[in-house]
Design a binder for this molecule. Structure first.
Ligand code: SAM
Length: 250
């Protein structure tokens, strides 16, 4: 039987394509691409003309049967997404699960990924982190999601669309508190790569003022909730309660 290779592609700078990943894209029987036109540009850059089949969010279920047949026939396949590591806020999960369940070999050619690239230059703690992908686009849903994350002590990592960067930072500042530290990373590995670091309050102001360009691709990172501060706040509350209770004693 064939093998399914999950191959990372660059998140901007084409020089980040790994040598092995490029060789796999050359040698496999077929590439499963999120957007074949997009991947065609990468193949062109690499001088390759491997056949492609589209596999995206809307046809993944439908394509799985065909792909499993190809694997059963002994074809080797490479799964790629438009940028970075497939399955990370990108299609492929259903396919990988189905291929594994059927006992086919699934293996990785790792490479660029915006989450890890952003974390590695953010200056925020990286020993533990929570990747939240995209927040809901609607404000009420977004705020509810942020409320749920308010006491999370690990560094939080979000993907965000340029259209919602102002709204997201504004909601983060109001839910997590304006003093919480944050980092906005824009256009990683590209010409206009920029890192903005500060408090969430400062970042929201910068975004509102247009000093964070609303163009390009963004990762937003937020420092975890401060456990010591949370405990202290709880103690103060407990003390107040105790004082009040004592006052009400006869
Ligand atoms: N699979 C990709 C990965 O490994 O990072 C992520 C795909 S997701 C659909 C696209 C989002 O990733 C963008 O909206 C942005 O939040 C983030 N992203 C991708 N490339 C980026 C870059 N060069 N700089 C900053 N963020 C990037």
């Amino acid at each position: 039987p064939g093998t399914l290779y999950v191959v990372a592609t660059p998140i901007g700078n084409l020089g980040d394509m790994s040598v092995r990943g490029g060789e796999l894209l050359r040698d496999v029987d077929r590439i499963l691409a999120e957007d074949t036109r997009h991947t065609a540009r990468l193949l062109d850059h690499l001088g390759l003309s491997t056949p492609m089949t589209s596999l995206h969010e809307h046809n993944e279920q439908k394509q799985i049967g065909r792909v499993l047949d190809w694997l059963a026939q002994g074809q080797s396949l490479a799964l790629v997404s438009d940028a970075g590591t497939p399955l990370i806020s990108d299609p492929g999960f259903e396919l990988v699960r189905a291929a594994r369940e059927r006992g086919f070999a699934v293996t990785t050619a790792p490479g660029a990924c915006a989450v890890t690239a952003a974390l590695s230059i953010s200056g925020l703690p990286t020993d533990r982190f929570v990747f939240e992908g995209f927040l809901p686009p609607r404000q009420a849903h977004r705020q509810r999601e942020l409320e749920r994350l308010k006491d999370q002590e690990r560094t939080l990592v979000f993907y965000e669309s340029p259209r919602r960067i102002v709204a997201a930072l504004t909601d983060m500042a109001s839910v997590f508190g304006a003093d919480r530290s944050g980092v906005v990373v824009r256009e990683l590995t590209k010409t206009y790569e920029t890192v903005y670091a500060g408090t969430l309050g400062e970042l929201a102001e910068l975004a509102k003022a247009g000093d964070i360009t609303e163009k390009g691709e963004f990762v937003v990172l937020v420092g975890g909730a401060d456990k010591a501060a949370a405990v202290e706040a709880a103690m103060v509350d407990a003390e107040r309660l105790l004082t009040r209770l004592l006052q009400s004693l006869p």
